[in-house]
Structures are given as C-alpha cells and as structure tokens.
Design a protein around this ligand. Structure first.
Ligand SMILES: [Zn+2]
Length: 149
C-alpha cells in the first residue's frame, strides 16, 4: 500500500521537490516545512523522507529522528519571534484519528493564550480497576514481538 501510493502522495512530492514547500529542516531521514493550513502562524509538519503510512511503520532510527526534530523545532519556534507561548505536538495515526495525508507526519503547533485552537472531548471517569485492566493489556502488547512481517 505504502509504495504503490508514493507517487501520488503530496508529502513524497514535496520531498522530491515536485511541489513547493517552505522548508525549516532537511536531513537524511526527515524533512520539516510549513503547514499550508496552519492552526496558528508557525505550524510546522515533520515528515520522514521515505513514504510510511503509519507511525508503526517507521523504522529505527527514523522514528526517533521524527520526534527529535520536532522537539528541536518546538524550541526554535519559541525563540523565533513567531508568537509561541506553548507548543502542541500532534500526530494523527489512522483515519479514525483524523489522519488525512497517509504519509506519517508530526505537527508542531505553536500556541498562545486566547488562540482559537480547541481540543474538544468529554473526558471519561474510569475506576482504578478499569485503568489497571487497560494498562495490563497495553503492557502485554508492548512486550509482544515486533511487527510480524
Ligand atoms: Zn508519501
């Protein structure tokens, strides 16, 4: 799926230089550029150079590199003169999570008091035993062997 869709992928075309982008970072593993639909000015996307649809597809060390670059860009945003009193890192993994471009990408979003960004949800109120049960399932899954294929 990933390779077949690569040529039609907007982010692959940016990496290839076929589409314009305002670059903020470029290295052997990842590229970062301005989001053309920012939540606030300074909204950056960090993407792996190669096409991986999902977070789980990223190989070592590309996975770590994505987050390290995001961390550095978050710090740079705060020093840049762009209005930035706080930062959200946001990664939509899967359509149900709001992923719209199926080339894994990490958003670095500058935030400031009174901006228009909203994260709206009704928080749950699980019991401790419910939390413990879910934690046990996640722990067990994280100990499972790496991807089968
Ligand atoms: Zn792609």
């Amino acid at each position: 799926v990933a390779e077949a869709s690569a040529t039609a992928c907007t982010f692959c075309r940016i990496v290839a230089g076929e589409l314009p982008a305002s670059l903020v970072h470029d290295d052997a593993d990842v590229l970062a550029f301005m989001d053309v639909n920012p939540v606030n000015p300074g909204h950056v996307l960090v993407v792996p150079r190669r096409h991986y649809a999902s977070l789980a597809d990223l190989p070592d060390p590309v996975d770590a590199r994505l987050f390290v670059v995001a961390q550095r860009l978050a710090a740079a945003l705060r020093k840049s003169g762009v209005r930035c009193e706080g930062v959200n890192l946001f990664l939509a993994d899967g359509a149900a999570a709001g992923q719209d471009v199926f080339h894994c990408h990490l958003h670095v979003r500058p935030r400031y008091a009174g901006d228009a960004v909203r994260h709206i949800y009704d928080p749950g109120h699980p019991t401790r035993s419910e939390l413990d049960a879910i934690a046990a399932r996640i722990r067990a899954a994280s100990l499972a062997p790496e991807r089968a294929g």
